[in-house]
Design a protein around this ligand. Sequence first.
Ligand code: F0G
Length: 377
Amino acid sequence: TTRYTGLIERYRDRLPVGADTRVISLGEGNTPLIRLENIPRLLGRSIELYAKYEGLNPTGSFKDRGMTMAVTRAVEEGSRAIICASTGNTSAAAAAYAARAGITAFVLIPDGKIAMGKLAQAMMYGSAVIQIKGNFDDGMRLVKEVAGEAPVTIVNSINPYRLQGQKTAAFEIVDELGRAPDYHCLPVGNAGNITAHWIGYSEYACGGRDCVTESCTFCNGDCRFVSGGPVSASRPKMVGYQAGGAAPFVRGHMVDHPETVATAIRIGHPQSWDQAWQVSRESGGWFDECSDEEILAAQKMLTEHEGIFCEPASATSLAGALRDIRNGKIPEGSTVVLTLTGNGLKDPDTAIAQCTQKPLTIEAELDSVKRAILDVL
Ligand code: F0G
């Protein structure tokens, strides 16, 4: 047996690293693809529904996939400091991988608008936390401006190595299912992740010199990845769901004052705008929106009925999929993968606030405990 040492080692031949590259890893990737058992039954639909539980990455979100790659390359190129704007997860990942590499991380976060667990992470990992009186989009603008004037490497998803790392989630799914799913549903904020997944699926569908994928838009008959044969001659329809108050892809234009309980995707000016539209077009997928109520209900449904605790933004993929399965847009017989982007423990405040069943407080005696049990059963 070989020890699992992270996604760069596992997919080294498909990632931009050299033989001598010092890899900065915390063992990210290799997350469980959990087949949902109860929700399809509750829906009364015969559908193969899987959750890719990215909340089990080292810092609790999919951002670790991109960060291992971005920090590995930043260190290789001699950078001593990285910077990002974040709604909380990118900053947690940046802070952790910078600590691992022994370099400095600067993180810009919207004042008062990130989940408590994520703030705790950025502080504990020892990054320089800069709260701005503005939202994520303001932070993103500032990071791009300051990177031209200070010796810092941007590790937001406009850094191409981020998407290279994140594409490995698609590899893992195809490796495990033996083929690509029919639909891949995921929450969309800055739109890096939907773009990264499409790169991954496309690379696997492309056979390089022997490419058999009809009108392959990835290699155009000239693929860089000539080593492998066609692993999967199919790609999923990519379905991106947004929170209603922060849904530029549904509106068809940028949104200036994004608002949603799912703070991770409280973004109005996505950086990968053109790329995500291209993904949607090429894959035959679509964008849609979910209300905050639908998002929280889906989050509760996953915990109560499947035992999977994801953060609100992540539950957007289930919230949207529920609707599209019910209305038949995602037909019976389909295989569907939902990305659960972050761990539920990141945002305890929102979780506790939405639980109507509050903890019971009783005397520390046998009779009271017995009564409490019999009241429930
Ligand atoms: N889900 C979670 C939990 C996220 O943290 C993010 C993005 C997304 C979904 C959306 O992914 O931006 O690639 O479309 N979070 C970024 C951050 C913006 O700063 O942590 P995307």
